[in-house]
Write a protein that binds this ligand. Structure first.
Ligand code: ZN
Length: 435
């Protein structure tokens, strides 16, 4: 019997899980990205696909391949996945996090859902096409990246800065984090398609004062000034803002769950949504969380400077208004440095590709209904969207109703349901054939 993509996907995913690609955030201790990219290159090479490997730094490998479509005048579809994973502490896990063990209907390992599952689906689909001589309707650009988990500097952002021509003609992209199911009842599953991401702005605040001896009366203390500002920011609740994506999410989920939802009163609306509320709690307002403090060098010396880091996450279109509000809170005497910035992204939930996502899901799950959502974290889509590409989180998975999927991201005992993986590869194949 012919091998199918669904037959291959589990073995490929297991192989990828066994390659430790831990990204610690420190290039000296980050491992495996080159080995994983070479594995992918080998699998694509067997399928006759030409690949290019690009190293942004020693062993920080990224892979790009273009599969020519039947109509080369059409815009290409970028299909992307990152190969790195966040660290896993084996002592906390019930299995070895890099064993790719299969048990209880799941494939276990760091990266099983973030995102070697989708990496494997991409490979399995393309290898199937090569076995059967299938040509997709338009160009497909496959991209496997390094360094998604630590800021994208050596991965997608580097590719966009240094090899943007590889993405020429790409009009749309799919990658993480979306396309997974949330079970309402036996006949209805919502599949959340990511159409927007919050922006990220890591700020360093600096307060200056008069240095002095800790035993004197002192009214110009940098530590005091900084602490007051940090406390005001940390305790502040920014007002709710309902972006087009969140509005569509609330309306459609309210309709699906048959509950009365008022999108203009999002806090009340979200409280009615039950477990699904966790996903979007942080998507109705900007946030600013203090994460680091630095000041002083001796117990009896008042330092002249004190600094703090604030992790800010902003909604699409809100960056300027947010900064003005933050400046007001912090006051005029404290300096603000932007340490690291990534823009928010948002695209409309509509068009042929979105229709094709719904059709591909319904063909495999008649109870499927797609819903757009805004994610509070960030992905490689941030880099790719700067090229004018419409980015979607669509890495399809049908999940068991009782699985706490969100807790598995960067979590202990990360695992992917084997049947979900096979479902995902069938949906991805259908989508790519009809997009
Ligand atoms: Zn990821």
């Amino acid at each position: 019997m012919e091998t199918t993509a669904a037959d291959e996907v589990v073995g490929i995913c297991r192989d990828l899980l066994r390659i430790d690609t831990t990204n610690t955030g420190d290039p000296r201790t980050t491992v495996g990205e080159r080995a994983a990219a070479e594995y992918v290159a080998g699998k694509l090479g067997e399928a006759g696909v030409d690949v290019e490997l690009f190293e942004s730094a020693p062993k920080r490998a990224n892979l790009v391949a273009r599969i020519p479509g039947a109509d080369r005048s059409r815009g290409a579809l970028l299909v992307h996945g990152h190969l790195d994973v966040v660290p896993a502490d084996a002592s906390e896990w019930s299995v070895d996090p890099f064993s790719g063990e299969e048990k209880d209907g799941y494939l276990w390992g760091r990266g099983a859902i973030d995102m070697k599952d989708f990496d494997a689906m991409m490979l399995a689909v393309v290898r199937d096409w090569s076995r059967t001589g299938y040509v997709p309707p338009r160009d497909i650009v496959l991209c496997y990246t390094a360094d998604e988990e630590a800021g994208m500097e050596y991965g997608s952002q580097w590719l966009v800065n240094n090899h943007r021509d590889k993405f020429d003609g790409c009009t749309e992209a799919i990658g993480e984090v979306g396309g997974y199911s949330y079970t309402v009842n036996d006949d209805l599953r919502l599949y959340l398609v990511q159409t927007a991401e919050k922006g990220l702005d890591w700020l360093r605040l600096h307060a200056s004062g008069r240095p002095g001896h800790g035993s004197f009366i002192h009214d110009d203390n940098a530590v005091t000034a900084l602490s007051e500002a940090v406390a005001r920011v940390g305790r502040h609740r920014f007002p709710t803002v309902v972006t087009p994506t969140v509005r569509a999410f609330l309306e459609q989920v309210g309709d699906a769950l048959q509950i009365d939802i008022d999108p203009d009163n999002p806090e009340v609306a979200i409280a009615k949504l039950g477990p699904i509320a966790n996903l979007i709690g942080a998507t109705i307002r900007n946030t600013a969380n203090p994460t680091r403090l630095e000041a002083g060098y001796k117990d009896n010396v008042i330092p002249g400077r004190a600094s703090a880091t604030i992790d800010c996450r902003t909604l699409p279109g809100e960056a300027d208004r947010f900064l003005a509000e933050l400046r007001e809170l912090i006051g005029p005497d404290i300096e603000i440095d932007h340490v690291h910035q990534q823009p928010a992204v948002e695209t409309a939930f509509g068009g042929e590709l979105v229709d094709a996502m719904g059709a591909a899901l319904r063909a495999e799950d008649p109870g499927a209904r797609t819903v757009p959502y805004l994610m509070s974290g960030g992905t490689d889509a941030k880099a790719f969207s700067t090229l004018g590409i419409r980015c979607f989180g669509f890495a399809p998975l049908r999940l068991p109703a009782d699985l706490n999927f969100a807790s598995l991201f960067h979590g202990i005992d990360e695992r992917v349901p084997v049947e979900g993986l096979k479902f995902g590869v069938r949906v991805l194949d259908r989508l790519l054939r009809n997009s």
